[in-house]
Structure formats: structure tokens, C-alpha cells
Write a protein that binds this ligand. Structure first.
Ligand code: ZN
Length: 450
């Protein structure tokens, strides 16, 4: 939390002692008398294919796999963006990136004055604002710095617990979320957003979850002809550490779900577990995230347990923006006009965007806009300027064979461009929010600002 500091945390603890036990054990008696709880769990930087439920052969997610067996699993889910701020803004507003506007844009003074570069405009109507106005208690606990209050994503949350200058480990996030849950009376609906940041670089799992990196060979001092093998070993080792991070996050998700079951009862709860984007480990020349829209970066897990829902595996393509429609259906809330969110099963085309900007040019030499669209089984990636790529994901999930020939991709490209042109951008704030001096100093140290 930004400068809430120990005072707020102390007040929090006192509140917990005073009111915490009111909610315990009484959830069963309130079924049907209030709207369902809404719990969103975002696994930051977590690609779908490293989870057991999505076919990974390592046991990275025993708790999530068990939960998924009681839930609806969307096999074909995509984010709207390959990095944290825009994708969370899509999740929380039900709008695509060019519509909500929370991304790096030309004209932002980030790399000259250090002013706040990108944020969600106050004109946005967020899920938390809607639910708060419907009488929900709302709180967000986030490990990612981009969820710090100054970036606007958490508007509408009565508790905005995220720090820009420190990423908060999963165990701490879980503890804070659990403490807050206990303060909410059983007859009051709650909306909880949790962002676990542990899978993000650097990959340093806690020792008890570092289950796979030790078994791998490490070639430290290769001869020249071993270079490729060494590079491959390194990737394998990095992936093993990444898997360990996911295993640790899975443990925390299990703890949180157990707590919700005990204190509130999960039968009357909508739980959505997803990711904001994935992570690349050298596929298609991509490393990390941002910049690219290949599958490792934008294909995400999407596990949904609805009140009264049945377990299922869905093949309908779903976008991160559609979570809002799922919440609306489960709670009976009305969605704001102009959102891009659609109920699952009704979407033919979904897309993702990445925009060049002064900052990205400086950091990563990103000199083009990139848009991608999926109309199953086809996916195009439009590099502007540059070549448009076309892949057939059912036959070629690794996007190895570019089928674009100037003709075949035309129809999908036109559909994508029409969809982008139809977006209704939110009015921007007249003035970007202030960036606190200590953040400006940090950005300067990192070389982001002059
Ligand atoms: Zn992220």
C-alpha cells in the first residue's frame, strides 16, 4: 500500500480483532439473502501452459487443479495486452486497450519530466465502483507496482493495498486479504481483487517450492560448440524456477480459497482465477513480456466458479474483457454503456494491442504498434509498420508456420481494423495524476527519466 504505512496496518489489525469473528461460521445462514461475493485472483505473468490444469507435466498447481475440477475452465483465453497496466485495466473496465487508454502513449511526458506516464482515467467506470455502489465491501491486495493507487486501476476499492516501490510477496498478500475478509459481516457482499506477483521476473521461488531446478544440468563454462546447448539448459533452468514460483503461488491461492470457504462459503461466491499476461522464454525471439503478442505472452488461464455452476471445459474463445460480463451475469449488476465485454460463447473475434511509445522505444527499441486478433483457429499479428503474420493455432500452437501471403490474412485483418475503429475511447483526464517525488527519483535512477 502506498504510504499507508504501519499506522493503517495497525488500524487494520485492531479492526480485525474487534469485528473479525462476526463473519466466521455464519456464511451458511445467509445463502440467498445477499448478492454473491465476487473474488478475482490475478496470477501476474502466468502463462496457461505452465499450469497442470492446462496440461503441464510438472505438478505446479495441485490446488488450482483441484479447484478447476469443480469449476469452468476456458481452454482458449487471451489477454488484451502483454503487460500489467493495460491488461488489468481491461479486466476491471471490460474495455479493450485503445478504449480504456491506460497504456504508454505518444505525447506522455514520462521520459522527459517523469510525470505519470500512463494511468486509468478517472472517467472509467470500474467493476469495483459498480459493486461498491451496489453495497459491496471492496478491497484489492496487489503485489504488482502498477496497481498502486496513483495508476488509477484501483478506483472504487475501499481498500487499495499495493505499493509502487516494492512488490509484495504472495504470503503477505494472502495474509492481508484474509484479515480483511474477516472484517466483513456475513450478510454484506464482498468484492476482493488479489494480484499475486511472484511468477514475475526475478524467478526466485522459496526453497520449499523450488522443486525442479536442482535436477537440471548446468553448463557453466561451455566450449564454443556447446553454446546452443548451454543456452537451452539456461532456458530449462529458468523455466524450472518459474514453475517453482507458480507452485508457491498455487499454495497461496489454496490458502485463500480455504479461508473463503471457512469464513464465507464458496457456494455463494463467484471466483475468477486468471492472469494479466504470460511470459516468454525465447519463443519467437521474445523474452519476458511487453512488446510481443505471441501465445506465450497473451494466452492466459481462465478458471471460473459460479454460484450454482457446474464443472465444464469450454472451447469458446474468451477475452480478459469478458470477465465483467461473467460478473454481471452472476450478480445481476448492469454493465456500463459502451463496454467491450461479452458473455462467453458469443464472441467470434478477440484481439490484443501493444503500442509503441517514447518509453518503450527507449527501453526496448519497440518501434512499431502491434495488434493481434484471434478468430479460432486463425490468429493474425499485425506489425505496423511491418509484415502481418497469420497462424493456424489448432495445428500450430507454437506459431511456427506463418501462413500470411498478402491475401489469406486480408479478411481477418479487415475484421481487426473494423473492431479497433469501433472502440469508443474514454475521455482522458485533463491532467495526469502527480507522481510522488520518491517514485520520480527511482525512475531517474533506472534511467527512465532525465
Ligand atoms: Zn503483469
Amino acid at each position: 500500500m502506498v504510504r499507508r504505512g504501519s499506522k493503517a496496518r495497525l488500524a487494520f489489525s485492531i479492526g480485525l480483532v474487534a469485528t473479525g469473528l462476526l463473519g466466521l461460521g455464519s456464511a451458511a445462514g445467509c445463502g440467498g439473502t445477499r448478492r454473491p461475493d465476487v473474488v478475482l485472483i490475478v496470477m501476474d505473468t502466468t502463462r496457461a501452459d505452465r499450469l497442470g490444469v492446462y496440461g503441464h507435466d510438472r505438478d505446479t498447481t495441485p490446488r488450482l487443479d483441484a479447484f478447476a475440477r469443480e469449476s469452468e475452465v476456458y481452454e482458449r483465453a487471451w489477454s488484451t495486452s502483454p503487460w500489467t497496466l493495460p491488461s488489468h485495466a481491461s479486466l476491471l473496465t471490460g474495455r479493450y486497450v485503445s478504449a480504456h487508454g491506460a497504456h504508454m502513449k505518444e505525447g506522455l511526458a514520462f521520459d522527459s519530466l517523469g510525470e505519470n506516464p500512463a494511468h486509468l482515467a478517472s472517467s472509467a467506470v470500474t467493476l469495483a465502483e459498480i459493486l461498491r455502489d451496489e453495497g459491496y465491501a471492496t478491497a484489492a491486495f496487489a503485489g504488482a507496482g502498477w496497481l498502486a493507487p496513483e495508476f488509477g486501476l484501483l478506483q472504487g476499492y475501499q481498500v487499495q493495498d499495493a505499493e509502487n516501490l516494492r512488490t509484495i510477496p504472495a504470503a503477505e498478500i494472502t495474509a492481508r486479504a484474509k484479515a480483511w475478509i474477516e472484517t466483513i459481516p456475513a450478510d454484506e457482499p464482498l468484492h476482493l481483487l488479489v494480484n499475486y506477483f511472484d511468477a514475475h521476473d526475478p524467478y526466485r521461488p522459496l526453497p520449499e517450492f523450488d522443486l525442479w531446478s536442482e535436477e537440471l544440468p548446468v553448463s557453466e563454462d561451455p566450449a564454443a560448440d556447446d553454446e546452443a546447448k548451454t543456452a537451452a539448459d539456461k532456458v530449462e533452468r529458468t523455466l524450472a524456477l518459474y514453475d517453482g514460483e507458480i507452485r508457491g503461488m498455487d499454495h497461496q491461492i489454496g490458502e485463500l480459497l480455504d479461508h473463503l470457504e471457512i469464513t464465507r462459503g464458496l457456494d455463494d461466491t463467484l471466483v475468477v482465477i486468471t492472469a494479466d499476461h504470460g511470459e516468454a522464454f525465447g519463443e519467437k525471439g521474445a523474452v519476458g513480456h511487453a512488446m510481443w503478442l505471441y501465445e506465450p505472452l497473451i494466452r492466459i488461464p481462465m478458471i471460473v466458479r459460479r454460484p450454482g455452476g457446474e464443472p465444464a471445459r469450454h472451447l469458446d474463445p474468451i477475452s480478459l474483457v469478458d470477465v465483467l460480463a461473467i460478473v454481471a451475469e452472476a450478480t445481476g449488476i448492469e454493465l456500463p454503456a459502451g463496454v467491450d465485454s461479452r458473455p462467453p460463447g458469443t464472441r467470434e473475434l478477440l484481439f490484443a494491442e501493444e503500442h509503441a511509445s517514447p518509453l518503450f522505444r527507449k527501453l526496448w527499441k519497440l518501434d512499431r504498434d502491434v495488434d493481434a486478433a484471434v478468430a479460432w483457429p486463425y490468429k493474425i499479428i499485425a506489425n505496423r509498420p511491418g509484415k502481418t503474420e497469420l497462424y493456424r493455432l489448432d495445428h500450430d500452437p507454437s506459431e511456427t508456420h506463418d501462413l500470411a501471403d498478402g491475401e489469406r490474412e486480408k479478411g481477418l485483418l479487415e475484421q481487426l481494423d473494423r473492431s479497433l475503429a469501433d472502440l469508443e475511447p474514454l475521455p482522458e483526464d485533463e491532467r495526469a495524476p502527480e507522481v510522488r517525488p520518491e517514485i520520480r527519483d527511482q525512475l531517474r535512477e533506472l534511467g527512465y527519466v532525465e
